[in-house]
Design a protein around this ligand. Structure first.
Ligand SMILES: C=CC1=C(C)c2cc3[nH]c(cc4nc(cc5[nH]c(cc1n2)c(C)c5CCC(=O)O)C(CCC(=O)O)=C4C)c(C)c3C=C
Ligand SMILES: [Fe+2]
Ligand SMILES: [Fe+2]
Length: 344
């Protein structure tokens, strides 16, 4: 069998216009693992409500962060892929869960190079049904429908992998150089609390009561909240950070259901009001900078923090196409290529 690798990130609209944002959001939000209600209700919520107003608002936000070459998320993912290619001898394809650059197209690219044994790499450190799981399910569906001869192996969520933590910590240390911070906020993409309960294989462990995530359980393999806090704790330990000066929050909520708390925007206010005047924000749920980091945190978040009395604000970039990150990914790929070994 010939081995190859499929990297998958979330995807972006083709351009920062309502015309292109609407079909992208339609595909994204009609995903049953993102808006997880029955299909009739999902259709009403997404097509009858959200898509009437959101595309215009989102297009404006995308326009603020768009690069000459295109969407930051796409361009960064392409640069990262290119660097990984330089470090490995295997064919590597890049696909997106939503929008152009489909997973099916990327699998076809691999097939055209004679690949029939694929390592699937969802570009998310943490497991959530709306991110990691939907990539795996879509890739498996496409593989079974169009490439039945292919074997698919999935890279696990790497939120607690020691080498990943080292690379992330180094990027944070570099980002903090010359910044005499009062506080560091680890802001992760939020999800509805219901998603945590749905992903719990025991169906009773995850209570989202602030305690369950620190009690050892098989549920942690799929508990996004546990995994986010674990990443924060491991970075804190690696860098020897003072617990008093570090906290975790969840951003980008949508709709009126209960989402994971504390909310990042409320934390900006609270921290500023508590007198934490110099704030550094890290966004480890994303491996590439994107709308949620460049606009929601680095632009809107900074403004919210300053309006609440904060004085200095920095957003530390995601891992993007850092050499040490591309080289770590290449090492994981080589371990799988030579020994069928996967990172834990
Ligand atoms: C129910 C809604 C959403 C859930 C659940 C959700 C989970 C989730 N998302 C990411 C990563 C990204 N999301 C991005 C944008 C984005 N997310 C939602 C909604 C949910 N996400 C929307 C509607 C949008 C679009 C923009 C907007 O209108 O606000 C992005 C950025 C994409 C880009 O092009 O830059 C990323 C990345 C994760 C990791 C996650 C679950 C953990
Ligand atoms: Fe999202
Ligand atoms: Fe948990």
């Amino acid at each position: 069998m010939r081995k190859g690798v499929l990297l998958v990130n979330l995807g972006s609209p083709d351009s920062p216009t309502s015309k292109d944002v609407k079909p992208y959001l339609d595909e994204f939000l009609m995903d049953e693992r993102v808006i997880d209600v029955n299909p009739i209700l999902r259709n009403i919520i997404v097509r009858g409500i959200i898509l009437n107003t959101r595309p215009k608002r989102s297009a404006k936000a995308y326009a603020k962060i768009w690069w000459e070459e295109g969407s930051p998320l796409i361009i960064i993912s392409e640069r990262f892929t290119e660097k990984v290619r330089q470090h490995t001898s295997l064919p590597i394809a890049l696909g997106m869960r939503y929008g152009s650059m489909s997973i099916k197209g990327a699998l076809q690219e691999l097939k055209d190079q004679g690949v029939d044994d694929v390592l699937l790499v969802p570009l998310y450190p943490h497991y959530a049904m709306s991110s990691y799981e939907t990539v795996v399910v879509k890739a498996m569906q496409d593989q079974q429908a169009y490439f039945p001869e292919m074997k698919l192996t999935t890279l696990p969520a790497f939120y607690h992998n020691q080498d990943y933590i080292k690379v992330l910590s180094k990027s944070i240390k570099e980002g903090l150089a010359n910044f005499d911070y009062d506080h560091i906020l680890f802001s992760y993409h939020g999800i509805p609390e219901r998603h945590i309960r749905k992903s719990d294989p025991t169906k009773f462990h995850c209570k989202i009561d602030g305690k369950c995530c620190s009690i050892n359980s098989v549920a942690h393999h799929t508990c996004y909240r546990h995994q986010c806090y674990a990443t924060t704790e491991m970075v804190k330990k690696e860098l020897g950070l003072d617990s008093e000066k570090v906290s975790t929050s969840f951003q980008s909520r949508l709709g009126s259901d209960p989402w994971l708390q504390p909310f990042t925007d409320k934390e900006f206010e609270r921290l500023a009001e508590e007198g934490r005047k110099k704030l550094a924000v890290i966004t480890p749920a994303f491996v590439s900078d994107c709308l949620e980091t460049l606009e929601e945190i680095a632009m809107e978040g900074k403004e919210e923090f300053e309006e609440a009395g904060g004085e200095e604000f920095i957003h530390i970039s995601c891992l993007n196409d850092r050499d040490d990150w591309a080289s770590l990914m290449s090492q994981w790929i080589t371990d799988w290529q030579t020994e069928e070994k996967l990172p834990v």
